[in-house]
Write a protein that binds this ligand. Structure first.
Ligand SMILES: CC(C)(COP(=O)(O)OP(=O)(O)OC[C@H]1O[C@@H](n2cnc3c(N)ncnc32)[C@H](O)[C@@H]1OP(=O)(O)O)[C@@H](O)C(=O)NCCC(=O)NCCS
Length: 227
């Protein structure tokens, strides 16, 4: 929705507009295109997150909650395998303690800024961390992008699918998002299977969308709409 700033207004209404503008997110970067208009966030329902407490999601076999300092060693142990770096845009190789600390900070800051929810995936019985899943929020257009990984010892028993379904449910029911999407490298067929099994629809292929280790990567994109 665009607010036309050239509209005539008296001083009182101008003051009201200025107060409202404080709450409005300006497009980044601020382009000359918007010189006399301001773009506002979608006119959608407020989210219902308790800002004092990191959310905890429970599924049949898993708990999704905040990653902790005590998880650091395990996270490094799991992700320091080429397979994660090879299949994702952002997981580095080698994966060090510093990389895991960075991931923990992302989770803390994302929650505070309400622009990213980074969950640890844990087994319900032992609370051991066996994966991670995150939802990066684009507040301007009320949509979010999903990313995830699972400890290789637990692949192909449905844990990623179970986690993705829980996070989509959280994104739609608690955050009131309109759209959630995810992409996978075109050769990562099992990730595509996870997206399909979680109810997402294939939307297309993004050619040479990113570059990893000097090679351009095609991404398959999946999405789901909150209707
Ligand atoms: C992708 C990943 C998260 C999947 O986790 P998971 O817990 O094994 O996923 P699930 O068990 O829920 O589902 C895996 C599906 O892929 C299928 N699958 C496994 N290997 C496959 C292959 N080579 N080709 C096609 N499908 C395959 C499984 O059969 C299963 O589908 P099904 O339930 O219909 O039989 C995990 O492999 C991983 O962490 N990979 C490295 C990081 C990564 O790729 N992250 C995603 C980036 S987009």
């Amino acid at each position: 929705m665009l607010f036309n700033f050239t509209k005539k207004c008296n001083l009182v209404s101008l003051k009201k507009h200025m107060l409202r503008l404080v709450e409005i997110e300006l497009p980044v970067p601020f382009s000359p295109h918007f010189s006399n208009t301001f773009s506002v966030t979608c006119n959608c329902k407020k989210n219902a997150v308790d800002k004092t407490k990191f959310p905890e999601l429970r599924t049949e076999r898993l708990i999704l909650n905040q990653p902790k300092n005590s998880d650091l060693k395990k996270i490094t142990e799991i992700l320091n395998s080429e397979v994660y770096s090879k299949n994702t845009v952002n997981i580095p190789s080698p994966y060090t303690d510093k990389s895991a600390e960075f991931w923990l900070r992302l989770s803390e800051e994302g929650f505070i800024n309400e622009n990213q929810y980074v969950f640890a995936i844990r087994l319900k019985n032992s609370e051991e961390i066996i994966g991670g899943i995150d939802l990066g929020i684009d507040k301007r257009f009320n949509k979010a992008e999903l990313g995830y990984w699972i400890d290789q010892r637990f692949w192909n028993i449905g844990y990623a699918t179970e986690s993705v379904k829980a996070v989509i449910d959280f994104g739609f029911k608690t955050l009131n998002l309109k759209r959630i999407f995810a992409t996978h490298f075109d050769f990562n067929t099992s990730s595509g299977k996870v997206m399909q099994n979680a109810g997402m629809k294939k939307e297309g292929v993004l050619l040479c969308h990113t570059c990893k280790n000097g090679e351009y990567q095609n991404h398959v994109i999946y999405g789901i709409i909150n209707e």
